[in-house]
Write a protein that binds this ligand. Structure first.
Ligand code: ZN
Length: 257
């Protein structure tokens, strides 16, 4: 069963089960025109006329001879053949997957497992923040500078250097934790002083997976975070244990204002 509706005179058909919008008639005409079978038919019929302008080779469907850099590439490598996979056998998925109906997945965003949440989450669920700085063999000196600048100015909990991926962080990184009161200073400070490093600022609630995947604030660009399997740490009574911030560096430099 399809529902039909019109937009600017074009007729659309919507399948309520698949929720897909079918091609309009004009779209379908173009698709037919551009289909490979249609193009080769057109090419065959018009070959004589095309031959007048493109030459004999083109009329026979041959590529023009390579010249310049392309000729050099051809001389070095010969004609490039497509890779033909030697794999044989039956897909582990069988042959019926195309017939599978589309089911609606459950929401992954916290609180949306059964639809949109009824009310907002209290901001007071945030107990502290982390700022993670990602770097590599070309950008580690920027990380060194930001780490020193931040440690000299803010009462943060500064972690070790991680020169290899660690926890959910997939590149070398370091982090510092800070208390909520510093947020309105540290975020603008990072915006101006991150030197382009990919920087993740995340809150600490009782849900570390959500903290790293859904509640994030990124300075500059983002990068993948492998946090899907993070579990909330529990104390011995089974209560969620929220990350504590215990500052371990003492500021020695007055903040520039
Ligand atoms: Zn963190």
């Amino acid at each position: 069963m399809c529902d039909e509706y019109r937009v600017n005179g074009d007729k659309f058909r919507v399948d309520p089960n698949e929720r897909t919008v079918k091609n309009t008639e004009i779209d379908q005409q173009w698709a037919d025109w551009l289909a490979p079978t249609r193009r080769s038919m057109l090419f065959g019929a018009g070959a004589a006329a095309i031959g007048l302008t493109l030459g004999e080779g083109a009329a026979r469907g041959e590529d023009p001879p390579a010249s310049g850099p392309a000729a050099a590439f051809l001389a070095l490598n010969g004609p490039i053949k497509p890779y033909i996979s030697p794999d044989t056998g039956v897909s582990e998925w069988g042959y019926e997957t195309l017939k599978q109906p589309t089911a609606r997945p459950k929401g992954l965003w916290p609180g949306t497992e059964n639809g949109l949440p009824e009310k907002p989450r209290p901001y007071t669920d945030i107990k502290s923040y982390h700022a993670h700085f990602y770097f590599d063999q070309d950008t580690f000196e920027k990380a060194t500078l930001i780490r020193r600048w931040a440690g000299e100015r803010f009462p943060v909990e500064l972690g070790d250097w991680n020169l290899t991926p660690r926890g959910p962080h997939v590149t070398p990184s370091f982090y510092f934790g800070f208390t909520n009161d510093l947020l309105p200073i540290i975020v603008p400070w990072l915006q101006l002083n991150s030197l382009g490093l990919t920087t993740l600022v995340h809150p600490n609630t009782d849900d570390p997976r959500a903290d790293h995947l859904y509640y994030t604030l990124w300075v500059n660009r983002s990068q993948p975070v492998n946090a899907y399997n993070m579990k909330a740490p529990r104390d011995k009574d089974g209560k969620a244990r929220v990350e504590k911030i215990l500052p371990n560096v003492t500021p020695t430099v007055k903040l520039e204002v």
